[in-house]
Design a binder for this molecule. Structure first.
Ligand code: 5AD
Ligand code: SF4
Length: 449
């Protein structure tokens, strides 16, 4: 029999990226190869996101386009996974009748079985539900040979008023520390240099685990026992960001000095209605402790504009907070109402035009701040993990600093992907830094960042 092939399209967050890599691994273990285009695939998989309405529309419009392709190539199976699949279950089939299988986020391991069921019966199959079933033993197909995602916890218990995630991905569950340590150690042994630990709220890792192991404990174990060069983690929640975690970022050599700490809004009234569990003053205190303990730490954040009831004065507080805290980068979003969340029924909707204007204002403000914050890097030497040739300039290499900034730089022929090198910064921009490799610096000894 000819080998079957599969094509995957991923929307949304890193959690979905990681799940797609797992599904690619499962399909490979089943004898599939990965197709370069949907037209060549026997199985087409759309891994979806439902955090904002636009992400949902994109997934359904792709499913619509692929239904034409399915008519031309009967036998092609269309699978929907991810948050939309989890949220709508069999409801997906009403909105996208071309879909053959709907697989929830805790059921990835059932992919081969569901495909067989659809082939045998000729009718669609659905498996959703948040209680985890036995994971598939297949090894993920990682898109990079240097950097890997490792999920440390699933679900979320925070119920921020705007957010669909807890409704979709269910209650928080932490993986056993031994399992995480084993996975990171084997990645390090296989030549991976960097691991990003993933969870909706990694700071609350370990709740319910016996014996007790908090997130800072996990970082310490990973640093001491796995041999991985660089560790990152995302996403953090200010209400669970402890002094112990700050000390872990300060003290552990492998933990990168880069923290993503979503603020969401600068007004206490809005933060309260969002059910975030902290005030601006609380955030300021944690931010202050972090930046004092870890000089040069890169702090990024998420901001939502136009949450229900956000007045011009509330919005001005978000702007003032961005000016005061001077993040290295932000992800900003216009509030998108999600049915089933607490904010869905809230009064005081902000008109779309006003949301767009507020979004443009924070983005313009941040553009200037990011540029200014990068300028002092000029002339300094930073540690760069070399990833490969630069796409913009094939004569140059590209890589990332510990702060996760992209650096395009000139180097001699001795450097290869996976090396940690010292790069002297000669130019700073919004998207990337420029530089040249230093000859007399050993970044592992030199305390560069
Ligand atoms: N509308 C807009 N942005 C949202 N986010 C989550 N839910 C919504 C929503 N309904 C943003 C938050 C979160 C990031 C991942 O997405 O800022 O931190
Ligand atoms: Fe959503 Fe809040 Fe949970 Fe993040 S912490 S996933 S924003 S509910």
């Amino acid at each position: 029999m000819q080998t079957r092939s599969a094509w995957l399209q991923t929307f949304g967050c890193q959690m979905n990226e990681a799940d797609s890599e797992k599904m690619a691994g499962i399909l490979r273990a089943e004898g599939y190869r990965l197709a370069a285009a949907p037209e060549e695939a026997d199985v087409i998989l759309i891994n979806t996101c439902s955090i904002r309405a636009k992400a949902e529309q994109k997934a359904f419009s792709l499913a619509g386009r692929l239904s034409t392709l399915k008519r031309r190539r009967p036998g092609t199976l269309l699978v929907m996974t991810g948050c939309i699949a989890q949220k709508l279950g069999a409801g997906v089939l009403r909105r996208a009748p071309a879909v053959d299988a709907v697989i929830g986020t805790a059921r990835l391991g059932e992919l081969p079985e569901l495909l067989e069921r659809v082939r045998a019966s000729g009718s669609p199959a659905v498996s959703v539900g948040t209680e985890p079933r036995e994971a598939h033993p297949a090894v993920a197909v990682r898109s990079s040979r240097l950097k890997a995602w490792v999920t440390v916890m699933f679900g979320c218990d925070n119920f921020c008023a705007y957010c669909i995630v807890p409704h979709v991905r269910g209650r928080e569950r932490s993986r056993a520390p031994g399992e995480v340590i084993g996975e990171v150690a084997s990645l390090a042994a296989a030549g991976f240099r960097e691991v990003t630990l993933l969870g909706q709220n990694v700071n609350s890792y370990g709740r319910g685990l016996a014996p007790r192991c908090g997130f800072a404990d996990l970082l310490r174990e990973l640093d001491a026992r796995t041999g991985i060069g660089r560790l990152r983690f995302t996403t953090s929640h200010p209400k669970d960001f402890t002094g112990e975690l700050i000390r872990a970022v300060r003290d552990l050599p492998s933990v990168c000095e880069a923290v993503h700490l979503p603020l969401q809004a600068g007004s206490d009234a809005v933060l309260g209605r969002m059910n975030r569990g902290y005030s601006l003053e609380d955030y300021r205190r944690i931010h202050g402790e972090l930046t004092a303990a870890v000089p040069g730490v890169v702090v990024t954040t998420d901001v939502i504009v136009g949450f229900p009831g956000e007045t011009a004065a509330d919005f001005a507080r978000t702007v003032a907070a961005l000016e005061e805290l001077r993040f290295d980068g932000i992800f900003s979003f216009a509030y998108s109402p999600r049915e089933g969340t607490a904010a869905w029924g809230m009064s005081g909707a902000v008109p779309e035009r006003e949301k767009a204007a507020r979004l443009a204002a924070v983005q313009e403000l941040q553009y200037g701040i990011t540029l200014e914050k990068r300028r002092p890097l000029l002339g300094s030497v930073v540690e760069v993990l070399v990833e490969g040739a630069s796409r913009r300039d094939p004569g140059a290499l590209t890589g990332r600093t510990r702060g996760n900034a992209i650096v395009n730089f000139r180097a001699d022929g001795t450097v290869s992907p996976g090396d940690l090198v010292g790069v002297s910064i000669t130019g700073t921009g919004f998207l990337a830094l420029e530089g040249a490799m230093t000859i007399d610096q050993d970044p592992q000894q030199g305390g560069v960042r």
